[in-house]
Design a binder for this molecule. Structure first.
Ligand code: SAH
Length: 418
């Protein structure tokens, strides 16, 4: 029987406590390592033992890259039925404080992270993956909660106010801070803003996001600016981008640049093509494409992200691009029916991958190349298989590590029309 074990490394002999036994597999955790691997490292983070964030901090970074390389290849082979040749993973020198966004859950008097596998929030005063402004703003929020006895949201009763602290930081170390609140306002908002501004001189804005529903969703239904801007600017791929709170933005900017440059290489553009970018977010890949093609279209579900994308095209003086807001299934089906025939289609869906009908609509649009950017190698592999049933052949793939010390990894694959 296969046993999935957390905390153990390849080649180690460990004492394992089984937590769950299924019909064909079991799950357990390491209790004691009898013969440690040479790749094992002592964790340098005091929170590692309980925090659910970094799952690979007990191995060297070299071992981590080998692990992720194997993980993506295994998915492509076992689920996708395809073994890419010359498969490479692109690692990074910079494995600490690389995240440009942090979302601290708040509970009781704690502002921190969930303990692994639970919904218990533990205070984490600093995190080695987060930039320093996030820790400063977290400290200021704790002070505000204490000074004005402001309550945290309680999942069980549905009462209390503060749910999450969200901080986004750009390359220039400027930050945007959003408080997600179970209510439309907070007591002493001016005092809160003063405390946050005093803690972090690079702060550009403070936003309140309203989420009064009894759910685990982090983002709000509506937003109100308490002070300053309701967006943050950042530079990426030689372009400048406006980021609103609800808009997606890759959390590791330099590694995202590597990922996008691979995606562009895979697209092999000559300048005269038309391109479609599905799941385009704020238009990062779309605008990179637009600079290299005749015209480009971007499509995305989140309205604020599409507003950002349009504004980003304008700010960068890019005019050969059009953006549509809606579900990728609907937009792809409509474009296919309208006879839109892009030469290249890029897709960058969330972890669940492409809806099956998106693959069919893409095949109907018959691009020569499909470049698939993915944050989950298992759904990437599943979708590659679906593409092979719709007239496409996978040609090459690569992985890029955007999430050092965690088990997440990005991949990019090229499919060509048979
Ligand atoms: N390519 C962008 C965004 C990738 S993340 C970048 O690299 O920054 C995936 C994006 O898909 C998110 O912006 C998310 O809002 C969007 N999305 C999620 N479900 C979608 C759907 N059903 N249709 C269209 N877009 C969707």
């Amino acid at each position: 029987m296969t046993v999935f074990v957390t905390g153990a490394l390849k080649g180690e002999k460990c004492l394992v406590q089984l937590d769950k036994v299924g019909r064909s597999a079991a799950w357990g955790h390491t209790v004691k390592v009898a013969s440690p691997s040479p790749a094992r490292t002592a964790s340098d983070c005091p929170h590692f033992a309980f925090c659910g964030g970094c799952s690979l901090r007990h191995m060297t970074y070299t071992e981590e890259l080998a692990f992720k390389w194997q993980k993506v290849l295994d998915c492509l082979e076992r689920i996708g039925g395809w073994i890419p040749s010359d498969f490479v993973i692109y690692g990074t020198e910079n494995t600490e404080r690389y995240r440009n966004k942090v979302q601290f859950p708040i509970s009781g008097s704690s502002v921190g992270f969930y303990a692994a596998g639970t919904h218990t929030v533990t205070d984490v005063n600093d995190c080695l993956l987060q930039p320093l402004p996030a820790a400063q703003l977290r400290g200021a929020l704790k002070k505000y909660m204490e000074q004005y006895s402001v309550s945290a949201y309680d999942e069980r009763s549905g009462g209390g106010l503060l749910r999450h602290l969200y901080v986004r930081t750009n390359r220039a170390e400027e930050s945007l801070c959003c408080l997600l609140v179970n209510g439309k306002s907070l007591p002493h908002e001016d005092a809160l803003v003063s405390l946050l501004r005093a803690a972090e001189p690079g702060l550009k804005g403070v936003v309140l996001g309203v989420n009064e529903k009894r759910n685990n969703v982090i983002l709000g239904d509506s937003y109100r600016t308490l002070w300053g801007d309701d967006f943050l600017m950042d530079e990426m791929c030689g372009l400048s981008f406006r980021l609103s709170v609800p808009s997606f933005y890759q959390v590791n900017t330099p590694q995202a640049e590597k990922l996008y440059s691979l995606a562009l290489d895979f697209a092999a553009l000559g300048g005269s093509e038309t391109a479609l970018d599905l799941y385009c977010g704020i238009g990062t890949i779309t605008l990179c494409l637009a600079r290299r093609v005749k015209s480009a279209i971007g499509a995305e579900l989140v309205p604020q992200a599409i507003d950002d994308a349009k504004e980003n095209a304008r700010r960068n003086g890019i005019e050969n691009v059009e953006f549509f807001c809606g579900d990728a299934s609907d937009i792809a089906a409509k474009l296919a029916t309208d006879g839109v025939r892009p030469d290249v289609i890029t897709v960058d869906p969330p972890r669940k991958g492409l809806a099956e009908d998106v693959v069919v609509s893409i095949a109907q649009m018959a691009p020569r190349r499909v470049v698939y950017v993915s944050c989950d190698p298992a759904t990437l592999a599943r979708d590659i298989k679906r593409f092979t049933k719709n007239g496409y052949r996978p040609v090459k793939a690569a992985a890029v590590d955007l999430f050092p010390r965690t088990h997440h990894v990005e991949s990019v694959a090229l499919l060509v029309r048979e």
